[in-house]
Design a protein around this ligand. Sequence first.
Ligand SMILES: C[S@@+](CC[C@H](N)C(=O)[O-])C[C@H]1O[C@@H](n2cnc3c(N)ncnc32)[C@H](O)[C@@H]1O
Length: 213
Amino acid sequence: MATPDTPSFDQGFWQEHWNDSERAAAKPVAANPYVERETSGLPRGTAIDAGCGAGAEAILLAQQGWRVTAADISSAALAKAKANAADEAEGIEWLEADLSTLSPGRQWDLVMTHYAHPSIPQLDFYKRIAGWVAPGGTLLIVAHGHAHSHGHHAPEDQPEDVQRTSDDIASLFSEPEWQVVSAYEEWRSVGDDGPHLSDTVVRVTRAAGPIDR
Ligand SMILES: C[S@@+](CC[C@H](N)C(=O)[O-])C[C@H]1O[C@@H](n2cnc3c(N)ncnc32)[C@H](O)[C@@H]1O
């Protein structure tokens, strides 16, 4: 629930976020390092980036031969992502949708999300998009870790619910349906004088065949 200290993270919030004049004019940022690290060894196929923002991670995947759907609730984010992709990657399918309610009616070989803050509880969002992973496919979650510092961002960007440990996230996924491949926390700096980020990374794979329960 939205409070004076916690925004609702609804469509209006994100549209305003991406229409902010400074952010709208900002140069493209590089994809976070976990995309390359966690997906480079996977067989290429279909992929969705859930909450793609300005598109850096979706563009990187498309450049590496994935057939990518880049989805976001904000048309302003998608406009920026499309502009960033223009000379960089072809064939990305752009999807403007509220992924906290969408029933996509299909699955992807790779479902990934990076720092998405939806209006529904963070872990519910991860469980929801896990259902979109095809049998034998992969789910990659990059989340804010605890003690996160966005530098120039307002503190209300960081409510407790979005700050997650790898245990919080990995515990959503159990055998035999899921196998946890990666689960860790890491700090990184963005640029020379950019923010210092606490990140949580979880990669799981879904069983390829039917599950005996
Ligand atoms: C903090 S930004 C991260 C953007 C990008 N993934 C990155 O790592 O830079 C979170 C993104 O999730 C999107 N988002 C939030 N709630 C969403 C929802 N319910 N459905 C689709 N996208 C959503 C926002 O519009 C925003 O672009």
